[in-house]
Design a binder for this molecule. Sequence first.
Ligand code: CP
Length: 327
Amino acid sequence: MATPVDSAEPPTLSSLQHRHLLDLSTYSADEIQLILATAREFRSVLDRRIRRVPTLQGVTVANMFFEPSTRTKLSFGLASGRLSAETVSFSKSGSSVKKGETLKDTAQNIEAMKVDMVVIRHSSPGAPHFLSRCTNSVIINAGDGAHAHPTQALLDILTMSEHFDAFEGLNVSIVGDITHSRVARSNINGLTALGANVTLCGPKTMMPVGIEAMGVRVTHRLDEALEGCDVAMALRIQLERQDEGLFPSLREYHTRFGITRDHLTRHPDLLIMHPGPVNRGVELESEVVDHERAIILSQVTNGVAVRMAVLYLLAPGSRTEHAGRTG
Ligand code: CP
């Protein structure tokens, strides 16, 4: 049976079964559908003249970013502001982490200032899980190493749902450095839970051995990945990895795995996504980034709505109404 993604049907659940958002792998399809349905409601708030609702008045959110970020950091800040929550922002540079303070001490000190929810981005996989064990705050993973980036996958899935009636049978190809991509892993979790077919494409040096066990198809040929594909999601090539010998040159990477205008001509219904930041001329030909079938800026707009939904559904007030949640 098709999984409805944009229907008027109300979601099956009225609350999340989890206390935190650490990883989509533990979230059920029904929970993902609840987040999407809630995000669609908040998406309409973003189109109003006054883009603010009083929903999270009295809630304090700490944005802790130990790694650079533009989209995720700003959209979490905007999302909590649009919900009337109070926000404090922390970034590694200029903090006492520079003086040697540990992650646990930093988080516990921020929590002692009466913070309710912590949004964390960290280079170490598992950092959000660690905080969920050593603090009482609600923890939201904003990207941990190469492990997971659940709100990115949710905003990607919401954006796809605006273009297709169902995920069952939807063909999504993720192209690039799969090994180092938290975006790929979270999208695989979310998309396969909803019934989409996921194909991974990239150089052998950037493809984890045995990744097929996650329920995906693997190819090393872009033409094969794009055949019958509805959505191609290109991943950022981490330029700092050039020295690791994972690919001979950026030019060769673009020749073999870069999506070009020619691909858009040959696949007239294909939509292009990218989590950003884009390396123009590497993952995507520059004209492709600006093409009408590239829905990259819709992804960014939907990021605010998805983060509003996640903050709203996990906020302490709703938690007490639904005791018995798991981590
Ligand atoms: N997509 C994404 O996570 O972008 P930022 O690193 O700018 O937050």
